[in-house]
Design a protein around this ligand. Structure first.
Ligand SMILES: NC(=O)c1ccc[n+]([C@@H]2O[C@H](COP(=O)([O-])OP(=O)(O)OC[C@H]3O[C@@H](n4cnc5c(N)ncnc54)[C@H](O)[C@@H]3O)[C@@H](O)[C@H]2O)c1
Length: 341
């Protein structure tokens, strides 16, 4: 079997999780890893058989044997690294989002460079391939609930993130709700035309000092007339709360949390069940593996990508509008036309 020779740029929280997955995949060979603080993970990488390491990602890109790169660096570097990777002729998998910039033009320029160099770009919208959510998506497409009319997404993190990390990967809207904007559009199969976001700092008022919130309730309208409700929190004391529901003219599909165990306790006073899986890397373990497999298959067999550059632009566009909506306290229109790159 042909293996895709790849490089990994960014070996932090998410990067190391992905590297642990990628080394298990028979169709992938990790040729090199680059990170600004590579010394911190050198021993762990060496235990996985990875010894070709760099501080400067340009050295990795200069390696002609590498045909694809995985970009897992902080969001504020994605545009620069995706452009450099495309210019080096590498196919690219990049974590979401492509940018936290409120000017969409910067991201469009990145996609233009990707197109010009003829390389593939997949974005890390892993929830699209989560088994439960994918099942809803496929059933909606197959017409099992008729015309989708309402999508409801609950997405709550188990706890606050360090301010230093938020500054590099984006606040609640750009880091977290970004997934939900994509999921809402993916499920309904229509583009968002308007967003109304309300929220605040109900958990940590200090977040105001970095322009962030920890609690959000969001209403979205779709081009096909459907509506959506998204609620987010940075702290759900019972774990990582991830639920999706799509209601349509012929019924409803809903995915509840994946819990730590399916065993329920029935007693005299109450019935109890185990808490949801605690964090994103547990809850979406399989999805993280599957999204990278999707990308590798697209390179090996020219199959479709799971999420494209245009998909991330559409999610970023809603996040930018939602930020404005939060600030002005009004609904904000969103252009539903997908950019032609
Ligand atoms: N899909 C998901 O579910 C999911 C979950 C969490 C985070 N993310 C995304 O993953 C990305 C990384 O987040 P994280 O939490 O792992 O952050 P992190 O800070 O833990 O890791 C980022 C790593 O990138 C490295 N880095 C930064 N700039 C670099 C550069 N110029 N060259 C080489 N290395 C560089 C840092 O040294 C760090 O090790 C973010 O874009 C975030 O939005 C996605």
């Amino acid at each position: 079997m042909r293996k895709i020779k790849c490089g990994v740029i960014g070996a932090g929280r998410v990067g190391m999780m992905h590297i642990q997955n990628l080394v298990q995949m028979s169709e992938v060979e990790i040729v090199a890893v680059a990170d600004l603080f590579i010394d911190n993970v050198q021993a762990e990488l060496s235990d996985m058989g990875i010894t070709n390491i760099h501080k400067d990602y340009h050295e990795l890109l200069a390696n002609d044997t590498i045909e694809a790169v995985f970009v897992f660096t902080s969001t504020d570097t994605h545009e620069e690294i995706v452009i450099a990777s495309a210019q080096a002729g590498k196919h690219i998998f990049c974590e979401k989002p492509l940018s936290m910039d409120h000017n969409e033009e910067t991201s469009i320029k990145v996609l233009q460079e990707v197109k010009k160099r003829g390389v593939k770009l997949q974005i890390g919208f892993n929830r699209r391939i989560d088994a439960q959510f994918r099942n809803i998506y496929e059933q909606v497409r197959a017409g099992s609930i008729g015309e989708p009319q309402i999508v409801k997404i609950t997405s709550r993190d188990p706890d606050l993130l360090p301010y230093e990390l938020i500054k590099r990967i984006g606040g609640l809207l750009f880091d977290f709700t970004m997934h939900d904007f994509d999921m809402a559009r993916y499920m309904v199969g229509s583009n968002i035309t308007e967003v109304y976001a309300k929220g605040g700092t109900l958990i940590d008022p200090g977040l105001k000092s970095i322009g962030d919130v920890d609690t959000l309730a969001i209403v979205v309208h779709f081009e096909n007339g459907a509506v959506g409700l998204i609620d987010n929190s940075r702290r759900a004391v019972y774990g990582y709360d991830q639920r999706v529901e799509v209601f349509g003219s012929e019924g409803m599909l809903k995915a509840e949390n994946v819990n730590q165990s399916t065993v329920e306790h029935y007693g005299n006073a109450a019935v109890s069940l185990k808490k949801p899986l605690p964090v994103f890397n547990d809850r979406y373990r399989d999805a993280y593996m599957e999204e990278t497999r999707f990308f590798v298959q697209a390179l090996l067999n020219n199959t479709p990508l799971l999420a494209t550059g245009e998909d991330v632009i559409m999610a970023q566009r809603v996040a930018i509008a939602a930020q404005l909506s939060l600030e002005i306290g009004q609904p904000v229109k969103v252009d539903p036309v997908i950019p032609q790159i």
